[in-house]
Design a protein around this ligand. Structure first.
Ligand SMILES: *Cc1c(COP(=O)(O)O)cnc(C)c1O
Length: 434
Protein backbone atom coordinates (compact mmCIF):
# COMPACT_ATOMS: atom_id res chain seq x y z
CA UNK A 1 0.00 0.00 0.00
CA UNK A 2 2.69 2.54 1.01
CA UNK A 3 4.61 1.84 -2.16
CA UNK A 4 1.56 2.56 -4.33
CA UNK A 5 0.88 5.76 -2.38
CA UNK A 6 4.43 6.99 -2.96
CA UNK A 7 4.12 6.26 -6.65
CA UNK A 8 0.75 7.99 -6.94
CA UNK A 9 2.10 11.09 -5.19
CA UNK A 10 5.06 11.17 -7.56
CA UNK A 11 3.28 10.48 -10.83
CA UNK A 12 -0.46 11.12 -10.56
CA UNK A 13 -1.89 14.63 -10.26
CA UNK A 14 -5.18 13.91 -8.45
CA UNK A 15 -8.37 15.81 -9.35
CA UNK A 16 -9.84 18.51 -7.11
CA UNK A 17 -6.88 18.06 -4.75
CA UNK A 18 -4.17 20.25 -3.26
CA UNK A 19 -1.43 17.64 -3.71
CA UNK A 20 0.46 18.76 -0.60
CA UNK A 21 -2.47 17.64 1.53
CA UNK A 22 -1.88 14.07 0.38
CA UNK A 23 1.14 13.99 2.70
CA UNK A 24 -1.16 14.09 5.73
CA UNK A 25 -4.18 12.44 4.11
CA UNK A 26 -3.15 9.80 1.57
CA UNK A 27 -5.78 8.54 -0.88
CA UNK A 28 -7.22 5.04 -0.48
CA UNK A 29 -5.32 2.48 -2.53
CA UNK A 30 -8.21 0.56 -4.05
CA UNK A 31 -7.54 -2.92 -5.36
CA UNK A 32 -11.07 -3.96 -6.25
CA UNK A 33 -14.77 -3.34 -5.81
CA UNK A 34 -17.73 -5.54 -4.97
CA UNK A 35 -21.32 -4.26 -4.95
CA UNK A 36 -21.46 -1.12 -2.82
CA UNK A 37 -17.97 -1.79 -1.41
CA UNK A 38 -14.47 -0.61 -2.21
CA UNK A 39 -11.64 -2.89 -1.06
CA UNK A 40 -8.14 -1.53 -0.54
CA UNK A 41 -4.80 -3.22 -1.17
CA UNK A 42 -4.69 -4.35 2.48
CA UNK A 43 -8.12 -5.95 2.19
CA UNK A 44 -9.97 -3.25 4.21
CA UNK A 45 -13.52 -2.59 3.03
CA UNK A 46 -15.25 0.78 2.65
CA UNK A 47 -18.91 1.38 1.86
CA UNK A 48 -18.98 3.57 -1.28
CA UNK A 49 -21.69 5.81 0.17
CA UNK A 50 -21.31 8.49 -2.52
CA UNK A 51 -21.24 6.10 -5.48
CA UNK A 52 -17.70 7.04 -6.56
CA UNK A 53 -18.55 10.71 -7.15
CA UNK A 54 -22.20 9.99 -8.01
CA UNK A 55 -21.57 7.73 -11.00
CA UNK A 56 -22.18 4.21 -9.73
CA UNK A 57 -25.74 2.89 -9.84
CA UNK A 58 -25.67 -0.89 -9.59
CA UNK A 59 -22.50 -1.61 -7.67
CA UNK A 60 -18.90 -2.27 -8.60
CA UNK A 61 -18.16 -5.25 -10.84
CA UNK A 62 -21.83 -5.73 -11.63
CA UNK A 63 -22.05 -9.09 -13.45
CA UNK A 64 -24.63 -7.90 -15.98
CA UNK A 65 -22.73 -4.77 -17.00
CA UNK A 66 -19.45 -6.75 -17.05
CA UNK A 67 -21.01 -9.32 -19.38
CA UNK A 68 -22.28 -6.66 -21.80
CA UNK A 69 -18.89 -4.95 -22.01
CA UNK A 70 -17.02 -8.24 -22.45
CA UNK A 71 -19.41 -9.23 -25.24
CA UNK A 72 -18.86 -5.88 -26.96
CA UNK A 73 -15.07 -6.20 -26.57
CA UNK A 74 -15.17 -9.26 -28.81
CA UNK A 75 -16.98 -7.30 -31.56
CA UNK A 76 -15.68 -3.75 -31.89
CA UNK A 77 -14.07 -1.69 -29.13
CA UNK A 78 -14.18 1.65 -30.92
CA UNK A 79 -14.75 3.23 -34.28
CA UNK A 80 -15.02 6.95 -35.03
CA UNK A 81 -18.60 8.18 -35.27
CA UNK A 82 -18.02 10.60 -38.15
CA UNK A 83 -18.44 8.55 -41.31
CA UNK A 84 -19.33 5.37 -39.39
CA UNK A 85 -22.04 4.10 -37.06
CA UNK A 86 -22.71 0.98 -35.01
CA UNK A 87 -25.53 -0.91 -33.32
CA UNK A 88 -24.83 0.14 -29.69
CA UNK A 89 -24.92 3.90 -30.43
CA UNK A 90 -28.04 3.58 -32.58
CA UNK A 91 -29.92 1.48 -30.03
CA UNK A 92 -28.87 3.74 -27.16
CA UNK A 93 -30.03 6.84 -29.06
CA UNK A 94 -33.39 5.22 -29.86
CA UNK A 95 -33.95 4.16 -26.27
CA UNK A 96 -32.90 7.52 -24.79
CA UNK A 97 -35.23 9.24 -27.28
CA UNK A 98 -38.15 7.14 -26.03
CA UNK A 99 -37.28 7.81 -22.41
CA UNK A 100 -36.78 11.59 -22.73
CA UNK A 101 -39.07 12.50 -25.61
CA UNK A 102 -36.05 14.18 -27.23
CA UNK A 103 -35.24 12.43 -30.48
CA UNK A 104 -31.69 13.46 -31.36
CA UNK A 105 -28.66 12.36 -29.34
CA UNK A 106 -25.20 13.90 -29.58
CA UNK A 107 -22.40 12.26 -27.59
CA UNK A 108 -19.42 13.44 -25.57
CA UNK A 109 -17.21 11.81 -23.00
CA UNK A 110 -17.63 13.66 -19.70
CA UNK A 111 -20.35 15.71 -18.10
CA UNK A 112 -18.50 18.93 -18.80
CA UNK A 113 -18.32 18.10 -22.50
CA UNK A 114 -22.12 17.62 -22.50
CA UNK A 115 -22.50 21.10 -21.03
CA UNK A 116 -20.19 22.51 -23.70
CA UNK A 117 -22.19 20.75 -26.42
CA UNK A 118 -25.55 22.02 -25.15
CA UNK A 119 -24.29 25.62 -24.84
CA UNK A 120 -22.72 25.60 -28.30
CA UNK A 121 -25.75 23.93 -29.86
CA UNK A 122 -28.14 26.44 -28.33
CA UNK A 123 -26.17 29.50 -29.46
CA UNK A 124 -25.64 27.94 -32.90
CA UNK A 125 -29.37 27.25 -33.16
CA UNK A 126 -30.13 30.96 -32.71
CA UNK A 127 -27.41 31.88 -35.19
CA UNK A 128 -28.87 29.47 -37.75
CA UNK A 129 -32.27 31.00 -37.02
CA UNK A 130 -31.07 34.49 -37.91
CA UNK A 131 -30.65 35.72 -34.31
CA UNK A 132 -26.89 35.49 -33.67
CA UNK A 133 -27.17 38.09 -30.89
CA UNK A 134 -29.00 35.49 -28.78
CA UNK A 135 -25.80 33.96 -27.38
CA UNK A 136 -25.84 34.71 -23.64
CA UNK A 137 -26.42 32.17 -20.88
CA UNK A 138 -28.21 32.29 -17.56
CA UNK A 139 -27.70 29.85 -14.70
CA UNK A 140 -28.60 29.63 -11.02
CA UNK A 141 -26.56 30.98 -8.14
CA UNK A 142 -24.36 28.15 -6.79
CA UNK A 143 -24.84 26.20 -10.04
CA UNK A 144 -22.38 23.52 -11.08
CA UNK A 145 -22.16 22.45 -14.71
CA UNK A 146 -18.58 21.22 -14.98
CA UNK A 147 -15.12 22.76 -15.03
CA UNK A 148 -13.90 23.08 -18.60
CA UNK A 149 -13.70 26.72 -19.64
CA UNK A 150 -17.15 26.95 -21.26
CA UNK A 151 -18.89 24.93 -18.56
CA UNK A 152 -17.09 26.82 -15.78
CA UNK A 153 -18.49 30.06 -17.22
CA UNK A 154 -22.03 28.96 -16.21
CA UNK A 155 -20.84 27.33 -12.96
CA UNK A 156 -21.13 29.53 -9.87
CA UNK A 157 -18.90 27.91 -7.25
CA UNK A 158 -16.22 30.47 -6.29
CA UNK A 159 -13.67 27.85 -5.16
CA UNK A 160 -13.60 26.41 -8.68
CA UNK A 161 -14.25 29.60 -10.62
CA UNK A 162 -12.50 32.64 -9.15
CA UNK A 163 -8.96 31.63 -10.14
CA UNK A 164 -9.95 31.24 -13.77
CA UNK A 165 -12.20 34.31 -14.00
CA UNK A 166 -9.99 36.01 -16.63
CA UNK A 167 -10.44 33.00 -18.93
CA UNK A 168 -14.20 32.87 -18.70
CA UNK A 169 -16.98 34.41 -20.73
CA UNK A 170 -19.51 36.44 -18.75
CA UNK A 171 -22.75 34.71 -17.78
CA UNK A 172 -25.59 35.75 -15.50
CA UNK A 173 -26.75 34.04 -12.31
CA UNK A 174 -30.31 34.33 -11.04
CA UNK A 175 -31.47 33.53 -7.47
CA UNK A 176 -31.39 29.87 -6.50
CA UNK A 177 -34.67 28.31 -5.35
CA UNK A 178 -32.67 26.31 -2.71
CA UNK A 179 -35.43 25.66 -0.16
CA UNK A 180 -33.09 26.42 2.77
CA UNK A 181 -33.18 30.08 1.75
CA UNK A 182 -36.94 30.48 2.16
CA UNK A 183 -38.04 33.15 4.64
CA UNK A 184 -39.38 31.89 7.98
CA UNK A 185 -42.93 30.76 7.35
CA UNK A 186 -42.47 30.74 3.57
CA UNK A 187 -43.05 27.36 1.91
CA UNK A 188 -40.46 25.83 -0.42
CA UNK A 189 -42.97 26.21 -3.22
CA UNK A 190 -43.67 29.88 -2.52
CA UNK A 191 -39.94 30.56 -2.37
CA UNK A 192 -39.38 28.64 -5.64
CA UNK A 193 -42.02 30.76 -7.35
CA UNK A 194 -40.48 33.95 -5.98
CA UNK A 195 -37.16 32.89 -7.55
CA UNK A 196 -38.88 31.98 -10.82
CA UNK A 197 -40.25 35.54 -10.88
CA UNK A 198 -36.65 36.78 -10.69
CA UNK A 199 -35.76 34.61 -13.71
CA UNK A 200 -38.75 36.05 -15.54
CA UNK A 201 -37.74 39.61 -14.67
CA UNK A 202 -34.28 38.96 -16.08
CA UNK A 203 -35.54 37.38 -19.29
CA UNK A 204 -38.15 40.11 -19.76
CA UNK A 205 -35.25 42.50 -20.25
CA UNK A 206 -32.57 40.32 -21.79
CA UNK A 207 -34.28 37.59 -23.84
CA UNK A 208 -33.07 39.19 -27.07
CA UNK A 209 -29.46 38.44 -26.09
CA UNK A 210 -30.05 35.19 -24.20
CA UNK A 211 -29.69 31.78 -25.82
CA UNK A 212 -30.46 29.51 -22.89
CA UNK A 213 -31.14 29.04 -19.21
CA UNK A 214 -29.17 26.04 -17.88
CA UNK A 215 -30.30 24.40 -14.65
CA UNK A 216 -29.71 21.32 -12.46
CA UNK A 217 -33.27 20.02 -12.00
CA UNK A 218 -34.40 19.65 -8.34
CA UNK A 219 -30.96 19.23 -6.73
CA UNK A 220 -27.89 21.47 -7.00
CA UNK A 221 -25.38 18.75 -6.20
CA UNK A 222 -22.02 20.49 -5.92
CA UNK A 223 -23.67 23.37 -4.04
CA UNK A 224 -24.16 20.85 -1.22
CA UNK A 225 -27.23 18.87 -2.30
CA UNK A 226 -29.40 21.99 -2.32
CA UNK A 227 -32.93 20.79 -3.01
CA UNK A 228 -35.82 22.83 -4.35
CA UNK A 229 -39.48 22.60 -5.24
CA UNK A 230 -40.37 21.38 -8.76
CA UNK A 231 -42.71 24.39 -9.21
CA UNK A 232 -39.55 26.34 -10.04
CA UNK A 233 -38.92 24.23 -13.13
CA UNK A 234 -42.55 24.22 -14.21
CA UNK A 235 -42.57 28.01 -14.07
CA UNK A 236 -39.11 28.30 -15.66
CA UNK A 237 -40.36 26.22 -18.60
CA UNK A 238 -43.31 28.61 -19.09
CA UNK A 239 -41.07 31.64 -18.82
CA UNK A 240 -38.48 30.25 -21.25
CA UNK A 241 -41.24 29.42 -23.73
CA UNK A 242 -42.73 32.87 -23.39
CA UNK A 243 -39.42 34.67 -23.97
CA UNK A 244 -38.08 32.17 -26.51
CA UNK A 245 -35.07 31.07 -24.51
CA UNK A 246 -33.88 27.45 -24.46
CA UNK A 247 -34.13 25.47 -21.25
CA UNK A 248 -31.14 23.15 -20.76
CA UNK A 249 -31.67 20.49 -18.08
CA UNK A 250 -28.31 19.40 -16.70
CA UNK A 251 -29.33 15.94 -15.47
CA UNK A 252 -25.72 14.77 -15.31
CA UNK A 253 -25.99 14.12 -11.56
CA UNK A 254 -29.75 13.80 -11.07
CA UNK A 255 -30.58 11.62 -14.09
CA UNK A 256 -31.03 7.86 -14.05
CA UNK A 257 -33.23 7.58 -11.02
CA UNK A 258 -31.26 9.63 -8.48
CA UNK A 259 -34.21 11.82 -7.50
CA UNK A 260 -36.82 9.05 -7.57
CA UNK A 261 -37.91 9.38 -11.20
CA UNK A 262 -35.79 8.34 -14.17
CA UNK A 263 -35.17 12.02 -14.94
CA UNK A 264 -35.69 14.80 -12.41
CA UNK A 265 -37.46 17.06 -14.94
CA UNK A 266 -40.34 14.57 -14.96
CA UNK A 267 -41.33 15.71 -11.46
CA UNK A 268 -42.01 19.19 -12.80
CA UNK A 269 -43.91 17.80 -15.80
CA UNK A 270 -41.61 19.60 -18.21
CA UNK A 271 -39.75 18.75 -21.39
CA UNK A 272 -36.47 20.67 -21.69
CA UNK A 273 -35.04 21.76 -25.04
CA UNK A 274 -31.81 19.98 -24.16
CA UNK A 275 -31.02 17.27 -21.59
CA UNK A 276 -27.39 16.67 -20.58
CA UNK A 277 -26.67 13.16 -19.33
CA UNK A 278 -23.51 11.52 -18.01
CA UNK A 279 -22.34 10.06 -14.65
CA UNK A 280 -24.84 7.20 -14.05
CA UNK A 281 -25.44 6.67 -17.78
CA UNK A 282 -22.91 3.80 -17.90
CA UNK A 283 -23.55 2.71 -14.31
CA UNK A 284 -20.24 4.33 -13.40
CA UNK A 285 -18.21 2.11 -15.73
CA UNK A 286 -16.97 4.23 -18.63
CA UNK A 287 -16.91 7.92 -19.51
CA UNK A 288 -19.87 8.79 -21.69
CA UNK A 289 -22.14 11.80 -21.97
CA UNK A 290 -25.05 12.64 -24.18
CA UNK A 291 -27.04 15.73 -25.08
CA UNK A 292 -30.56 15.06 -26.30
CA UNK A 293 -32.57 17.69 -28.11
CA UNK A 294 -35.77 18.42 -30.00
CA UNK A 295 -36.74 18.03 -33.64
CA UNK A 296 -36.93 21.85 -33.86
CA UNK A 297 -33.30 22.29 -32.79
CA UNK A 298 -32.16 19.47 -35.04
CA UNK A 299 -34.02 20.92 -38.04
CA UNK A 300 -32.27 24.29 -37.67
CA UNK A 301 -28.92 22.59 -38.39
CA UNK A 302 -30.12 20.50 -41.31
CA UNK A 303 -29.28 21.85 -44.75
CA UNK A 304 -26.82 22.06 -47.62
CA UNK A 305 -24.31 24.41 -46.00
CA UNK A 306 -21.63 22.51 -44.06
CA UNK A 307 -21.19 25.33 -41.55
CA UNK A 308 -24.89 25.14 -40.64
CA UNK A 309 -24.17 21.68 -39.26
CA UNK A 310 -22.94 21.07 -35.73
CA UNK A 311 -19.21 20.68 -36.38
CA UNK A 312 -18.27 19.49 -32.92
CA UNK A 313 -16.50 16.25 -32.11
CA UNK A 314 -14.53 14.26 -29.57
CA UNK A 315 -12.35 11.32 -30.59
CA UNK A 316 -14.31 8.89 -28.43
CA UNK A 317 -17.76 10.22 -29.36
CA UNK A 318 -20.28 7.35 -29.07
CA UNK A 319 -17.71 4.78 -27.96
CA UNK A 320 -19.27 1.31 -28.45
CA UNK A 321 -18.05 -0.13 -25.13
CA UNK A 322 -19.52 2.81 -23.22
CA UNK A 323 -22.77 2.59 -25.19
CA UNK A 324 -23.06 -1.13 -24.41
CA UNK A 325 -22.55 -0.41 -20.72
CA UNK A 326 -25.32 2.21 -20.98
CA UNK A 327 -27.63 -0.28 -22.70
CA UNK A 328 -26.97 -2.80 -19.93
CA UNK A 329 -27.89 -0.09 -17.40
CA UNK A 330 -31.18 0.61 -19.20
CA UNK A 331 -31.90 -3.14 -19.27
CA UNK A 332 -31.44 -3.31 -15.51
CA UNK A 333 -33.80 -0.35 -15.01
CA UNK A 334 -36.43 -2.15 -17.07
CA UNK A 335 -36.07 -5.74 -15.92
CA UNK A 336 -35.65 -4.97 -12.22
CA UNK A 337 -38.23 -2.19 -12.15
CA UNK A 338 -35.59 -0.07 -10.42
CA UNK A 339 -37.60 3.14 -10.05
CA UNK A 340 -40.40 1.37 -8.16
CA UNK A 341 -37.96 -0.74 -6.11
CA UNK A 342 -35.97 2.38 -5.17
CA UNK A 343 -39.12 4.04 -3.87
CA UNK A 344 -39.47 1.25 -1.29
CA UNK A 345 -35.73 1.18 -0.61
CA UNK A 346 -35.58 4.98 -0.13
CA UNK A 347 -38.45 4.96 2.38
CA UNK A 348 -36.69 2.24 4.37
CA UNK A 349 -33.34 4.07 4.25
CA UNK A 350 -34.95 7.32 5.40
CA UNK A 351 -36.39 5.45 8.37
CA UNK A 352 -32.96 3.94 9.14
CA UNK A 353 -31.47 7.45 9.06
CA UNK A 354 -34.07 8.95 11.42
CA UNK A 355 -31.60 9.19 14.31
CA UNK A 356 -29.20 11.06 12.03
CA UNK A 357 -32.06 13.35 10.98
CA UNK A 358 -32.83 14.10 14.63
CA UNK A 359 -29.22 14.66 15.73
CA UNK A 360 -28.83 18.04 17.49
CA UNK A 361 -25.81 18.99 15.33
CA UNK A 362 -27.71 18.35 12.10
CA UNK A 363 -29.84 20.97 10.35
CA UNK A 364 -31.96 21.00 7.22
CA UNK A 365 -32.03 17.19 6.96
CA UNK A 366 -33.34 16.60 3.46
CA UNK A 367 -34.03 13.68 1.19
CA UNK A 368 -35.05 13.14 -2.41
CA UNK A 369 -35.03 9.76 -4.13
CA UNK A 370 -31.65 8.17 -3.42
CA UNK A 371 -30.01 11.30 -1.96
CA UNK A 372 -29.85 12.21 1.75
CA UNK A 373 -28.15 15.32 3.14
CA UNK A 374 -27.93 17.57 6.18
CA UNK A 375 -25.85 20.56 7.27
CA UNK A 376 -23.69 20.72 10.38
CA UNK A 377 -24.31 24.17 11.80
CA UNK A 378 -21.35 24.22 14.19
CA UNK A 379 -18.82 22.92 11.64
CA UNK A 380 -15.38 24.49 12.08
CA UNK A 381 -12.80 24.93 9.28
CA UNK A 382 -11.52 21.55 8.11
CA UNK A 383 -14.78 19.82 9.06
CA UNK A 384 -15.18 18.01 5.72
CA UNK A 385 -11.69 16.48 5.89
CA UNK A 386 -12.01 15.44 9.55
CA UNK A 387 -15.44 13.92 8.93
CA UNK A 388 -14.15 12.09 5.85
CA UNK A 389 -11.21 10.59 7.79
CA UNK A 390 -13.34 9.62 10.78
CA UNK A 391 -15.95 7.94 8.59
CA UNK A 392 -13.21 6.05 6.71
CA UNK A 393 -11.90 4.72 10.01
CA UNK A 394 -15.34 3.14 10.40
CA UNK A 395 -15.37 1.69 6.93
CA UNK A 396 -17.57 4.30 5.22
CA UNK A 397 -16.43 6.46 2.31
CA UNK A 398 -18.11 9.88 2.60
CA UNK A 399 -16.90 13.28 1.38
CA UNK A 400 -18.86 16.18 2.86
CA UNK A 401 -19.17 19.33 0.74
CA UNK A 402 -18.23 22.14 3.13
CA UNK A 403 -20.53 21.69 6.13
CA UNK A 404 -22.99 19.46 4.24
CA UNK A 405 -22.84 15.71 4.85
CA UNK A 406 -24.61 13.65 2.23
CA UNK A 407 -25.11 10.06 1.15
CA UNK A 408 -25.79 9.04 -2.41
CA UNK A 409 -25.39 5.25 -2.28
CA UNK A 410 -25.51 2.82 -5.20
CA UNK A 411 -29.00 1.39 -5.77
CA UNK A 412 -27.79 -2.08 -4.71
CA UNK A 413 -27.01 -0.91 -1.15
CA UNK A 414 -28.80 -3.01 1.48
CA UNK A 415 -30.66 -1.94 4.61
CA UNK A 416 -27.86 -3.46 6.73
CA UNK A 417 -25.29 -1.40 4.88
CA UNK A 418 -27.33 1.77 5.49
CA UNK A 419 -27.58 0.82 9.18
CA UNK A 420 -23.76 0.74 9.21
CA UNK A 421 -23.65 4.09 7.46
CA UNK A 422 -26.05 5.61 10.02
CA UNK A 423 -23.91 4.28 12.91
CA UNK A 424 -20.75 5.71 11.37
CA UNK A 425 -22.35 9.13 10.80
CA UNK A 426 -23.72 9.21 14.37
CA UNK A 427 -20.30 8.32 15.80
CA UNK A 428 -18.73 11.17 13.81
CA UNK A 429 -21.43 13.63 14.90
CA UNK A 430 -21.06 12.59 18.55
CA UNK A 431 -17.34 13.38 18.45
CA UNK A 432 -17.02 17.07 19.37
CA UNK A 433 -13.48 17.15 17.87
CA UNK A 434 -15.03 16.63 14.39
C1 LIG B 1 -20.50 16.22 -12.35
C2 LIG B 1 -21.34 17.22 -12.98
C3 LIG B 1 -20.96 17.83 -14.19
C4 LIG B 1 -19.63 17.58 -14.85
O1 LIG B 1 -19.43 16.24 -15.17
P1 LIG B 1 -17.90 15.73 -15.37
O2 LIG B 1 -18.06 14.35 -15.89
O3 LIG B 1 -17.31 15.76 -13.98
O4 LIG B 1 -17.22 16.65 -16.28
C5 LIG B 1 -21.83 18.73 -14.76
N1 LIG B 1 -23.00 19.02 -14.19
C6 LIG B 1 -23.41 18.46 -13.05
C7 LIG B 1 -24.75 18.81 -12.48
C8 LIG B 1 -22.58 17.56 -12.39
O5 LIG B 1 -22.95 17.05 -11.21
Amino acid sequence: MDELLNRTRAAVWHPCTQMKQLEAAPPLAIARGEGAWLIDTDGRRYLDAISSWWVNLFGHCNPRINTAIIDQLGKIEHVMLAGATHEPVVELSERLAKLTGLGHAFYGSDGASATEIALKMSAHYWRNSGQPEKNGFVSLQNAYHGETVGALAVTDIPLFKTTYAPLLRHSVQVPTPDARLAEPGESAEAYALRCAAALEAYLAEHAATTAAFIVEPLVQGAAGMAMYHPAYLTRAREVCDHYQVHLIADEIAVGFGRTGTLFASEQAGIKPDFICLSKGITGGYLPLSAVLTTDAVYAAFYGDATARGFLHSHSYTGNPLACRAALAVLDIFEHDNVIAANRVRAAEFTHLLSEVAAHPRGHHFRHLGMIWAFDVADARPGFATRFHRAALAQGVFLRPVGHTVYAMPPYVTSADEIRGLADAVLTCLDNPEI
